[in-house]
Design a protein around this ligand. Structure first.
Ligand code: ADP
Ligand code: MG
Length: 323
């Protein structure tokens, strides 16, 4: 119950970007190879996610909007052993309680799909509909029934910045998925979905960034760090270009960023941050349980050892090559 309370304490839906995150993660969990995200007015008026994943069986559709009685995990460190991104069973329930939601879905087992409309947590309709395999979820009028929370939303421009940043992270973390992002009817991004991280980076940040990446492949008996670090002389202090994933899950890791920074010391001017796209694979037991999943901050059992290892390995690589 310790873990469950701790998880329940987190607000799933803070702002439009957190809705986008939860819904896209559901599409990823459904093994989609193609995910389309459409946004209007900073996500405040409309968020529409369309995927070609396995869909939800007819009999499960309304149930998926109920807060699960039990969590999929008993310990927070299990989080990093799960093969699904979702684990709390409360995203759809939370979202449907504060918005007007429409969900259209079909599995390969069903010949006809289903469309469910839920407003403020109340099921308004449930009817059959012809649709392709996969799921479309439309979230309208976020916080329509909670004006106090609606007031906390920022301008569309600033919500869009958060949404774009979130989509970029999801996209970089899943180079095998083809993402399409449309904002106010404008195509913002189409990622190749060809499993090539460099091509995915190029589709988001352009050739100038993707052509100046140095491949990282560090493997020891207890961790594996794979991906790219960049040439910081292009963009300074652009933290949106720092992507760290642990076992495929996007996290904020001051420790890894600090280790990279230290590795660059004396090579690049101070006050510059390194561009990085890195996934750390590590035994879940080595990750500190004292974390909050929603804040995405992680701690390791042996911080110093990991810090030193990453710093030394990247420094060796930088000194041995010409970035
Ligand atoms: P969680 O992801 O933690 O299980 P959610 O509230 O996010 O909880 O989703 C509830 C359930 O609805 C999921 O476990 C999944 O079975 C189903 N679901 C939600 N979105 C999709 C989707 N896009 N494709 C297939 N199933 C989905
Ligand atoms: Mg989920």
């Amino acid at each position: 119950e310790y873990t469950i309370n701790k998880i329940a304490a987190g607000e799933v839906v803070e702002r439009p970007s957190s809705v986008v995150k939860e819904l896209v993660e559901n599409s990823i969990d459904a093994k989609s190879s193609k995910i389309t995200i459409e946004i209007s007015n900073g996500g405040k008026d409309l968020i529409r996610i369309t995927d070609n994943g396995h869909g939800i069986p007819k009999s499960q559709v309304e149930k998926s909007f109920l807060r699960h009685a039990t969590s999929k995990i008993s310990q927070i460190d299990d989080l990093y052993e799960l093969d699904s991104l979702g684990f709390r069973g409360e995203a759809l329930a939370s979202i449907a309680s504060i918005a007007r939601v429409e969900l259209i879905t079909r599995t390969s087992e069903d010949t006809i799909g289903v469309k469910v409309c839920i407003e403020g947590g109340v099921v308004k309709s449930n009817e059959p509909i012809g649709t392709s395999i996969g799921t479309t979820i439309i979230v309208k009028d976020l916080f329509f029934n909670t004006p106090a929370r609606k007031k906390f939303l920022k301008s569309s421009t600033s919500e869009n910045i958060n949404i774009t940043d979130m989509i970029n992270k999801l996209c970089i973390g899943n180079p095998d998925i083809q993402f399409k992002y449309i904002n106010n009817n404008r195509i913002m991004l189409t990622s190749p979905g060809d499993s090539n991280l460099k091509n995915t980076v190029r589709s988001i940040y352009g050739k100038k960034i993707s052509d100046n990446l140095k491949s990282i492949n560090i493997e020891t008996d207890f961790l594996k760090l794979v991906g790219y670090i960049g040439n910081n002389t292009i963009y300074r202090n652009n933290k949106t270009l720092q992507h760290i994933y642990i076992n495929g899950r996007y996290v904020k890791s001051k420790l890894i960023l600090a280790a990279i920074y230290e590795a660059y010391k004396g090579i690049l001017p101070i006050n510059k941050h390194s561009i990085c796209f890195l996934n750390l694979s590590i035994d879940a037991q080595k990750i500190d349980v004292n974390v909050h999943p929603n804040k995405l901050e992680i701690k390791f059992e042996d911080d110093q050892r990991i810090f030193n290892l990453i710093k030394i390995k990247i420094n060796e690589l930088l000194l041995g090559t010409n970035l």
